[in-house]
Design a protein around this ligand. Structure first.
Ligand code: FMN
Length: 180
């Protein structure tokens, strides 16, 4: 069976990025795939150190991504790019984790600009040979799109659903052996 892991690059308790990824996971489950949320705010992952192979939960988390046929990465926009929380996890990763993996991207901005963050994520994933789908979701002025924990923007809902479908389809194309 296809497994999709969503990696959340926000540590905020009521993260809009995490909520958006939960929508992607719910949609993916309806498509018949197994899902898991990797919440980087809820794991032990010290700052990457090149002289140390593994730290904290790094080996387990890398295995999670390595075993997945599909990954959706979500990050808040920090200073015009993606978050250091995601980058720190990514520095532990390599082609071993992402080769032949279908990847989807979500960026959540407090203001109006998410384009550079999505571009930076796209080139970062290319560096580890992930297959990023052309669909992507940028959310501007995120706090206006959520009423508490509830997403209230139907256009963003639709785009998150399309992203989930595209990543699952790409994972099935790359991994016919995992299709039941
Ligand atoms: C350190 C930091 C830098 C930020 N930089 C930007 C920025 O450059 N552009 C922007 O639109 N929002 C910026 N924001 C706002 C976040 O993108 C926004 O609050 C986002 O929705 C947070 O996502 P989350 O709810 O998943 O944590 C920044 C927030 C923080 C904490």
């Amino acid at each position: 069976m296809i497994t999709l892991v969503a990696v959340c690059g926000s540590r905020r308790g009521r993260s809009h990025t995490r909520k958006s990824l939960e929508r992607v996971l719910t949609t993916a489950r309806r498509e018949g795939v197994e899902t898991e949320l990797l919440d980087l705010g809820a794991v032990d992952l010290p700052l990457y150190h090149p002289d140390v192979d593994e730290q904290g939960d790094s080996a387990r988390l890398k295995q999670l991504v390595r075993d997945a046929e599909a990954v959706v990465i979500g990050s808040p926009v920090y200073h015009g790019s993606y978050s250091s929380t995601f980058r720190n996890f990514h520095d532990y990763c390599s082609k071993e984790e992402y080769r032949d993996t279908a990847v989807g991207l979500v960026a959540t901005a407090g203001g109006g600009s998410y384009g550079p963050a999505l571009e930076h994520l796209r080139s970062t994933v290319r560096g580890v040979y992930g297959h990023t789908v052309p669909e992507q979701v940028g959310i501007r002025r995120a706090s206006e799109k959520y009423d508490g924990d509830t997403l209230t923007d139907v256009d963003i809902e639709r785009r998150l659903d399309e992203l989930a479908a595209a990543v699952v389809a790409e994972a099935r194309r790359l991994h016919p052996e995992a299709v039941e």
